[in-house]
Design a protein around this ligand. Structure first.
Ligand code: WT7
Length: 677
């Protein structure tokens, strides 16, 4: 693979050249209303109090049977949390709120077309819809606890309804991001062994009603070729009662949910009390190599962890209107659109569209009209909105008390724009570092307790004890100015249980490297390896530099791509930056710097020079880019991450490989032509 050839993976130690940013403090007003203001929480969740500290999170939930063993390590490193407990996730996210809050909005569904009314689904209505669909899944689709079902659904209210209906029955849902292809869906159907596929006929994206049903046909055909037969395809209609896709229904296999559902009106299904360690869902994640891994998340531990972190890190109260702009097809949406906020009885926003359509004021109109007070998004969206609509937030009357950034390191310049312009200087920001595998946050500040530092995730959240190892397994201490492999010393309830059907790969990928004794049943011998490079400053804040594989070695100096990118962002005109290593006879590698400018600005040699000079000033001559390429757009994945692999292939004159799954494949050719000149 091209990627393997251009990256350095041999050592983990990186000299860090970044200067430290100053602290920002939350307002007195924020602190006065915050859920967690007691600094002793860090002591309560110290390693000395592990694992019993996590009782505090389990007690946020309702249990049918209380657990008798908090952490069972007998099958290390497949940890079992809250053993002996019985619980149902659907009950905790829906039923238990009815007594006091049945009339409160659970889900605000915002269609992309702005002339369509927002759908406000109350907890009572959610209860009814989840029950009816659970009855259908049970009787019509024949699903029962432990079965897997693949969902390939877009951002519509029926997606959380479907997930909660599965959870009600103990059926393991495996949602595939709606933007993925039929092929990607097929691979996940096969791996999970699903014989039911739940999809939708159509959805809106950037002004177009896309035919989504066609992917189901491809997925089912390809899955069958690979040995997994799908008996039933359940199709939600974007407009109930109306057909919005040209792709025909296959007789005896495909069913419109809205037709079948009529037989289940008024039905109720008792939530199935599930063992705490029963799997709740699978979420596939791709590594740099190999087939996607089905991260298996459990019920009790996962739900306790997302409830606890939603309450204390996201500061969610029942009266809050919370909007996470991620897609439910990613772990962020599972944990922090669906399970976390609903377990706390908040109102959660499900937005169908993209942030910059029809114009970059759209998110702020939604925030204004729903009076959203907690906002959650990723650096890629923040950069895009900063690039195309820097003055938009000021035009709208919304006020956030709290904002999250997640998904990749945020450049301090972008952080400051988020704080000052989007947050209007009023909102506390948390930079939450975590992974699909980890279920919930690993490092972040607690907004009313630990101050913010732009570009730094912060310390481990309560109960997460991070540690940085060099390649030999020596600990790199805080303040050493060196980065290494960031690992977590202890298990936590949100961590995935295994890779579906591949325990060996689970152990090998995440534990083998730093395991102290493979036979040990003691959790202390099994640090979890995240695969990220990080540096810990003297004050215990962790700055994540990206995947350990994304490190560039220039003449023996190891540079994090993110630090060079952050330096480039210091230049006013720069909207996005991506660094890739280029092979060099003498230096080993040199950085190539790709730049996208703010709109209306022209590329020029002077500007390229200015960016190059700034990198040298901010980091040092060692980081001087071989070349600054000013491009019209970056190649991006559907989730908005810049595809450095593709840029790396272009810079190194290698085959770019398959780019059809990118959000904007056409840009690849344009950049290739430019780089060849
Ligand atoms: C990788 C995980 C976290 C859920 C969504 C992405 C990077 C994630 C941050 C952050 C720096 C971050 C890491 C991590 N990452 N959040 N706040 N700061 N880097 O989940 O697709 O599993 O990706 O995203 O490299 O390992 P994912």
């Amino acid at each position: 693979m091209a990627e393997k050839e251009i990256v350095e993976t041999s050592e983990a130690e990186i000299a860090v050249h970044w200067g430290e940013e100053k602290f920002y403090h939350p307002s007195v007003k924020f602190i006065a209303q915050a859920n967690m203001t007691d600094p002793a929480v860090y002591e309560r969740f110290s390693l000395d109090n592990f694992p019993n500290c996590f009782k505090e999170y389990a007690d946020l939930l309702d249990w049918y049977e209380y657990w008798d063993e908090i952490l069972d390590t007998s099958d290390a490193p497949c940890w079992k949390w809250f053993k002996g407990g019985k619980i149902n996730a659907s009950y905790n996210c829906v039923d238990r709120h009815l007594a006091k809050n049945k009339n409160k909005t659970a889900i605000h569904f915002v269609s992309e077309p702005e002339d369509e009314k927002v759908e406000h689904i109350t907890y009572q209505e959610l209860f009814v819809r989840v029950n009816e669909f659970a009855a259908l899944l049970q009787d019509f689709a024949g699903l029962k606890a432990g079965d897997r079902v693949t969902l390939h659904m877009p951002m519509i209210a029926e997606l959380p309804i479907t997930m909660l209906a599965c959870a009600r029955l103990g059926v393991i849902h495996s949602e595939v991001f709606g933007g993925f292809s039929g092929r990607a869906c097929a691979d996940r159907i096969v791996d999970s062994g699903s014989n039911v596929l739940i999809t939708a006929d159509a959805y809106y994206r950037a002004g177009k009603l896309l035919n989504h049903k066609q992917n189901a046909d491809i997925a089912v055909d390809l899955a069958e070729k690979d040995g997994q037969k799908v008996d039933k395809v359940l199709v939600w209609q974007r407009y109930p009662g109306k057909v919005s896709s040209e792709t025909p229904m296959v007789e005896g296999r495909d069913y419109f949910v809205n037709d079948v559902l009529k037989d289940y009106y008024g039905q109720r299904v008792d939530p199935v009390p599930m063992p705490a360690e029963a799997p709740l869902f699978l979420m596939y994640t791709s590594g740099t190599t190999g087939k996607p891994k089905g991260c298996q998340h459990g019920t009790g531990g996962y739900l306790a962890y997302v409830a606890g972190t939603s309450k204390y890190v996201q500061d969610i109260h029942p009266e809050d209107v919370y909007w996470c702009m991620a897609d439910i097809g990613w772990i962020t949406g599972h944990s922090y659109i669906v399970y976390g906020p609903l377990s706390l009885c908040a109102s959660t926003v499900v937005f169908e569209g993209v942030p910059n359509y029809p114009d970059p004021g759209r998110p702020w109109r939604i925030a204004q009209n729903l009076d959203v007070n907690i906002f959650h998004t990723a650096p890629t969206a923040i950069r895009a909105l900063r690039k195309i609509g820097p003055d938009e937030p000021a035009k709208y009357n919304y006020h956030f008390k709290h904002m999250t950034t997640v998904g990749e390191p945020i450049e301090p310049e972008v952080w400051k724009w988020y704080y000052e312009v989007v947050g209007k200087g009023e909102a506390a920001i948390v930079d939450t570092w975590w992974q699909t595998e980890t279920g919930g946050f690993l490092c972040s500040t607690i907004p009313a307790i630990t101050p913010m530092k732009p570009g730094s995730a912060g310390p481990g959240v309560p109960g997460i004890h991070a540690i940085i190892y060099d390649d030999e397994g020596n600990v790199i201490p805080s303040g050493a100015g060196k980065a290494g492999n960031i690992c977590i010393q202890n298990p936590w309830p949100g961590g995935f249980q295994t890779i579906w059907g591949d325990r060996d790969r689970f152990v090998e990928t995440y534990y083998a490297r730093y395991c102290k004794d493979p036979k040990s049943k003691d959790w202390r011998d099994w640090p979890y390896m995240t695969g990220d490079a990080a540096v810990e400053s003297e004050d215990g804040y962790y700055r994540i530099l990206g995947r350990i594989d994304d490190v560039i070695n220039v003449s023996g100096h190891r540079l994090g791509t993110k630090e060079i990118e952050s330096a480039a962002l210091v230049v006013e005109e720069v909207a996005e930056a991506a660094v890739v290593p280029v092979a060099h006879d003498i230096k080993g590698k040199e950085p190539d710097l790709y730049i996208a400018l703010k709109p209306g600005l022209e590329a020029s040699d002077e500007l390229a020079q200015k960016i190059s000079d700034t990198v040298c000033v901010e980091i040092g001559k060692i980081a001087k880019p071989r070349k600054v390429w000013i491009v019209t757009d970056m190649p991006k994945t559907r989730s908005g991450k810049i595809m450095r692999r593709v840029l790396g292939a272009i810079s190194n004159d290698k085959d770019v490989g398959d780019v059809t799954t990118l959000a904007n494949p056409e840009i690849v050719e344009e950049i290739t032509k430019m780089a060849k000149k």
